[in-house]
Design a protein around this ligand. Structure first.
Ligand SMILES: [Zn+2]
Ligand SMILES: [Zn+2]
Length: 310
């Protein structure tokens, strides 16, 4: 077992690939050799200093890999197990945790934000957020489970398959959200590109799901949803977003948010649905800047970093 590893480390305002110590799995933790890690808006916000985060910090939270060592009192896994990891580290003490909804724990810590993440050869995480990766799922698909988990959260809201819905945006998150809805019998769902030449109909939708929250986008969503309809919030913008509350009240709209579905449901979705067309290029860890640029630019396909220990 090596003692040093490569990792994408943020120190103050600089983000570099550095040699750092391989973490040791603490009590209840699993040490994972990271195979692939996905790049996400959250990583880019953290890298740019737009999110409060730990310092120094290894970035990255969407990943899959292989168990290499176990901390004390971990019996559920063995070295060599292929796994995917939910980056939400629950507090274990609150009402959501007691209700077996750890993915919705409001007091959670988050990999790659509050504690060291997965843009590294190895990462140590609590065993209770580690999930076996089914044999027929690739590491890429496993690393994509967290975005699927976030998209699937919309199914927890009060929207109904017979209603007419709109996913506002034409990025990969909008496409994934639409597929997740289709898989649950929601067939009357449009997507809308913000730069579309055709304006949205007014009062046309029972619900609208946002995928990129900005003030102008909210103006449009509020206009497009019918009076009494709902707007589903699912993004985590780095900064506050202005919303025209006067218009919300005039139409008596419902604003409803949804963070995550259970992680196991995301793996089950991936086992049944092919999403490979939403998955893009893989970059070497050393080329993380290119990967961040590629991911932020088009947002059509998920970008990955290859982190496999050398
Ligand atoms: Zn993410
Ligand atoms: Zn909790």
């Amino acid at each position: 077992m090596p003692t040093r590893m490569r990792a994408v480390v943020k120190r103050g305002t600089s983000v570099t690939v550095s040699q750092v110590p391989v973490p040791r799995p603490a009590h209840g933790e699993v040490l994972i050799g990271v195979e692939l890690a996905g790049v996400c808006r959250t990583d880019i916000y953290a890298a740019k200093g737009l999110l409060p985060c730990a310092d120094p910090l290894i970035l990255g939270h969407e990943f899959a890999g292989v168990v290499v060592a176990l901390g004390p009192e971990v019996h559920r896994f063995s070295p060599g197990d292929r796994v995917a990891v939910m980056p939400v580290i629950p507090c274990g003490l609150c009402r959501r945790c007691a209700a077996d909804e750890p993915e919705c724990c409001p007091h959670h810590d988050f990999l790659g934000v509050g504690r060291h993440g997965a843009f590294a050869e190895y990462v140590a995480v609590p065993a209770n957020v580690v999930h076996p990766l089914p044999d027929h799922l690739s590491f890429r698909e496993g690393a994509y489970a967290e975005p699927v988990c976030a998209a699937m959260a919309v199914r927890k809201t009060a929207i109904h398959p017979r209603e007419r819905g709109l996913v506002y945006g034409d990025n990969r998150i909008a496409e994934l959200t639409k597929r997740v809805l289709h898989s649950a019998g929601f067939d009357i769902v449009d997507t809308y590109a913000e730069d579309s030449a055709t304006p949205l109909e007014t009062d046309a939708y029972d619900y609208v799901i946002e995928t990129r929250p900005t003030g102008p986008a909210f103006d449009e969503m509020i206009r497009a949803v019918r009076p009494g309809g709902r707007i589903i919030l699912k993004s985590r913008p780095a900064a506050p977003v202005p919303i025209g509350l006067r218009a919300v009240l005039r139409k008596e709209l419902v604003l409803e948010s949804a963070s995550y579905a259970p992680f196991a449901e995301a793996l089950a979705f991936l086992a049944k649905h092919d999403v490979t067309d939403l998955l893009g290029d893989t970059y070497a860890l050393e080329d993380f800047t290119d990967a961040f640029t590629a991911d932020g630019a088009g947002e059509e396909r998920k970008t990955f970093l290859s982190c496999r220990p050398r």
